[in-house]
Write a protein that binds this ligand. Structure first.
Ligand SMILES: *[C@@H]1O[C@H](CO)[C@@H](O)[C@H](O)[C@H]1NC(C)=O
Ligand SMILES: *[C@@H]1O[C@H](CO)[C@@H](O)[C@H](O)[C@H]1NC(C)=O
Ligand SMILES: *[C@@H]1O[C@H](CO)[C@@H](O)[C@H](O)[C@H]1NC(C)=O
Ligand SMILES: *[C@@H]1O[C@H](CO)[C@@H](O)[C@H](O)[C@H]1NC(C)=O
Ligand SMILES: *[C@@H]1O[C@H](CO)[C@@H](O)[C@H](O)[C@H]1NC(C)=O
Length: 834
């Protein structure tokens, strides 16, 4: 009886999934994972303990390693170890070294066992820690599975039911036609979340316990990765027919898969890994690896052995952990695709020699066609960020060249005359598929004058798409221009090669290469949206921009800079949070929501000017004055009432709504810094001098020096440029899977590191205005960002006016207890307390 019921529940879900696969309202996407109640982020300086050998002259990597060794000692487990990831780096802008460690147990990677340590001058400034510290496990397969009757699972079920009901009634009441919740509506109709949840927590007895039902020849096959992968594909595919066939005849699919072991030469400590070919609905071979993940049980957590898969599909790029043992539960899943409803080695050639291109575009700062006109803009590349300009890349890094990835004996650059360069490949993708290298892109010839017509006319319905295609030259030009401008801007605030930026060639400056952003204009796979896929450093990011059928003539999202900036910022925040090689840190809940929010905030900050104004997101493309979010970004809390506690509302389940709250909080915080430091008309720092040094100009404050005469990092002079810097620096400091508290504390820590904390009170005041003061709390967090939140509108106690002003908290280990209150749900595990 029970089995039948579950089967039909899932079947309904799958049918719904199909119904929505080709709907404009959004692609199918999954994102959830265990809550780590034991994870901590400490954002105050940690003084070395007695036996700690750190010294200001010490190698920061040694300091971090020693620190982590000490931090993990109390686990008292011979089987637990860690290794320092190769994508750790020292930030040229701040001098802070960001070190990432991954935990291993019995030689197997703990996929969500992350420590990030931020070191400067021999001192640990801050760190995040989600290492497993539960019961020891022996071997690989002996962990107990999630108990479906556990308190944890029951709470989850109750929460899920409550939210589903609340959502349903919202939907029934016809509320919220904004895009963010259309995706949620699709989730609701599909029953995707509840059914996936069923598989993970509530039911051992799913229709997919294939081995148990005799659908595989032998039970010994149970641990094979193909079966776990098939289980995931059943949940992930938007094609219900295919899902049904997989359920009915799993063996036929599994037999076609081909598993090839990969022998990684580098990773002395890496878990065994494989690639799996012929996976239904995947567009590339699936990467597979054995790992552990931490799964909460009542009061603590256990390690579950899983297959960790990286699955690239048409509309998704998933990183998922599926339990090795039947019934192959999906323990966590992150979609690297995000929607928007909407000095260096010698520089190979003198920038001045490069012929400079011109583009007829909506210039930087003009958000969309409703607020400005097109004009002829120069290829105004930043010579630090793009040393050879936007239209040049080495043959060896050129996907269109036969020399690609050949022997790199001498670097030879190819100069292009189309929208193809070291940072961005822009082109049409009317077909809406994955091919891109030979897609059409305008070629301006030797003159490099990208001057094309944009003059769309009102048409009847059948002609509207064709009408938009008439200006493909103009729109690809715009996308190429905007993409390169963002690349250069973010570069100058520290999104460079070592921190994981997007470039084909890295000029010998470190980081992984061959990962420019593939930008599809007028992508045929959807309407009224945009999305960005961020695989780890060294693999191309992919941005897909769509037409919007919200007006006649259609509107082209490529022409709305805010949408392009929002999308590109997914790449920024994903690569900076948790390190360049970890794309799994912003998957769901609050962290996934902030992934959306940073894009809105940065896009809004870029378009804003000296005269304060409220701003909407995507207003032009969506043809809706208030845009695609619930509220416009505003200081006025009647116009935008969002506070931290807003996240408790049923309408705020999805990452876009969560992100909107985060962006609003940052907007309010940023205005505090602008009130104090004024406004810079341009966010672009001055071009560097010929020797690579950066002049202060009117952009930076006067250069300061340490007592030893060493240059300190340059500090942006104005409020808008300063908050831009602090937000990016904060991304580098925060832990993997950050909460709102962690991200807030990281921004405050970034200010401490950059300005010695001179904006401590402005930042706290700003956060407190929207409920994120020091006493804000969340209880009962769930895998989708659920929980009961408490706002705190009081600023930090040292900033209350009556008291003697104390600009910064006293650093040191004694501060730990005090800081715990700030951390809301975190526990009290503090190894250096006294
Ligand atoms: C690219 O242009 C630069 C300067 O304009 C020139 O020195 C270089 O030889 C060109 N590269 C090729 C492969 O033509
Ligand atoms: C749409 O307009 C085109 C040309 O303006 C015309 O040829 C075509 O018949 C029209 N289609 C419909 C359905 O009205
Ligand atoms: C795009 O520009 C090319 C020249 O670069 C031109 O030949 C072509 O006709 C243009 N396409 C459209 C649709 O205007
Ligand atoms: C700001 O407002 C003033 C006065 O209305 C106006 O002259 C100026 O052009 C505005 N500046 C910008 C950047 O919009
Ligand atoms: C905030 O907005 C409301 C509604 O538009 C308006 O009535 C009120 O005066 C505004 N408050 C301030 C302080 O500007």
């Amino acid at each position: 009886m029970r089995r039948l019921l579950v089967a039909s529940l899932v079947a309904v879900g799958l049918a719904g999934a199909f119904a929505h696969a080709h709907d404009n309202s959004g692609r199918k996407t999954l994102g959830f994972g265990p809550v780590h109640d034991h994870a901590v982020y400490r954002s105050t300086r940690v003084a070395p303990s007695d036996n700690f050998m750190g010294a200001s002259t010490a190698d920061p990597f040694d300091v971090a390693e020693e620190f982590i060794t000490e931090l993990t000692q109390d686990t008292d487990r011979d089987s637990s170890s860690f290794f320092i990831r190769r994508d750790s780096y020292t930030d040229k802008n701040t001098g802070i070294t960001h070190v990432y460690a991954r935990q291993y147990v019995n030689g197997i990677e703990v996929a969500d066992g992350d420590i990030n340590v931020n070191v400067k001058d021999g001192v640990v400034l801050s760190y995040g820690d989600s290492f497993y510290r539960g019961e020891a496990v022996s071997g690989f397969g002996s962990s107990t599975p999630v108990d479906p009757h556990s308190d944890y699972c029951q709470k989850l079920t109750a929460e899920l039911t409550r939210r589903a009901e609340a959502r349903q009634s919202l939907y029934n009441a016809g509320e919220q036609v904004v895009l963010g919740s259309q995706t949620a509506k699709a989730d609701l109709d599909m029953g995707v979340l509840p059914s996936v949840h069923e598989w993970n927590c509530a039911h051992v007895d799913t229709p997919f316990t294939m081995a148990a039902e005799g659908k595989f020849s032998s039970n010994d096959d149970n641990m094979y990765s193909e079966q776990a992968l098939l289980q995931f594909m059943i949940a992930a595919t938007p094609n219900s027919g295919l899902a049904q066939s997989m359920v009915e005849n799993p063996s036929s699919f599994v037999e076609k898969m081909r598993v090839t072991p990969v022998h990684d030469f580098h990773g002395g400590n890496a878990s065994p890994s494989f690639v799996i070919d012929n996976v239904p609905d995947a567009v590339a071979p699936v990467k597979a690896k054995m790992a552990f993940v931490q799964v909460p049980t009542d009061g603590s957590s256990t390690l579950q052995p899983v297959w960790k898969f990286e699955v690239e599909m048409q509309d998704n790029w998933y990183e998922t952990a599926v339990s090795v043992m039947p019934p192959h539960r999906i323990i966590s899943v992150v979609d690297w695709a995000s929607d928007s409803p909407m000095p260096v080695a010698p520089v190979p050639k003198e920038p001045s020699e490069t012929p400079v291109a011109t583009y007829n575009v909506f210039p930087w700062g003009v958000n969309d066609p409703a607020v400005g006109e097109r004009s002829i803009e120069k290829e105004n590349f930043d010579s630090l960020a793009s040393p050879v300009g936007w239209h040049s890349l080495p043959f060896d890094n050129d996907p269109a060249s036969e020399h690609s990835k050949g022997k790199k004996s001498s670097i030879k650059f190819r100069n292009t005359t189309d929208t193809w360069g070291n940072n961005v490949f822009a082109h049409e993708n009317w077909e809406g598929r994955n091919a891109w290298v030979t897609n059409y892109r305008p070629d301006a010839g030797k003159s490099l004058e990208f001057d094309y017509k944009y003059d769309p006319k009102e048409t009847n319905r059948t002609e509207s798409m064709e009408e938009a295609r008439k200006y493909i030259n103009a729109t690809v030009t715009q996308l190429f221009y905007t993409g390169n401008m963002i690349h250069d801007l973010y570069y100058r605030y520290g999104f460079d090669e070592v921190s994981g930026n997007f470039q084909q060639h890295n000029f010998g400056r470190g980081g992984e290469e061959d990962d420019a952003v593939i930008m599809n204009a007028q992508d045929g796979s959807g309407f009224n949206n945009a999305n960005f896929m961020t695989p780890p450093d060294g693999q191309n990011g992919r941005c897909r921009m769509y037409l919007w059928n919200t007006a006649n003539p259609y509107r082209d999202g490529d022409l709305e800079a805010g949408i392009v900036i929002h999308e590109y910022s997914h790449g920024l925040s994903t690569r900076l949070t948790g390190g360049p090689a970890n794309s799994g840190c912003l998957g769901w809940g609050e962290s996934g929501g902030m992934g959306e929010g940073w894009g809105d905030f940065l896009g809004t900050t870029i378009r804003s000017n000296k005269n304060y104004s409220d701003y909407a997101m995507g207003a032009w493309a969506a043809n809706r004055p208030t845009g695609i979010r619930n509220f416009v970004y505003s200081l006025n809390d009647t116009i935008n009432p969002s506070t931290y506690k807003t996240l408790d509302k049923p309408g705020y389940w999805g990452v876009h709504a969560i992100g909107e709250v985060w962006a609003e909080i940052l907007w309010v915080v940023s205005q505090n810094l602008i009130a104090k430091h004024g406004f810079s008309d341009s966010l672009y720092p001055p071009q560097p001098n010929a020797d690579g040094t950066v002049p202060e100009g009117d952009f930076y404050r006067a250069q300061e020096y340490t007592a030893a005469g060493v240059k300190k990092p340059l500090i942006p002079k104005h409020g808008n440029s300063l908050i831009f810097q602090l937000v990016l620096n904060g991304m580098k400091l925060q832990p993997c899977r950050p909460s709102f508290f962690d991200a807030r504390d990281a921004i405050i820590a970034a200010d401490e590191a950059l300005t010695s904390g001179e904006n401590f009170c402005e930042l706290w005041d700003g956060f407190a205005k929207r409920g994120l003061g020091p006493g804000a709390k969340v209880e009962g967090r769930t895998p989708w960002g659920g929980g009961i939140r408490t706002d705190d509108f009081k600023t930090h106690k040292t900033c209350v006016e009556e008291e003697e002003p104390v600009p910064t908290p006293e650093p040191g280990p004694g501060d730990g207890d005090d800081d715990d209150e700030d951390d809301g749900g975190d526990d009290d595990d503090w190894p250096w307390a006294q």
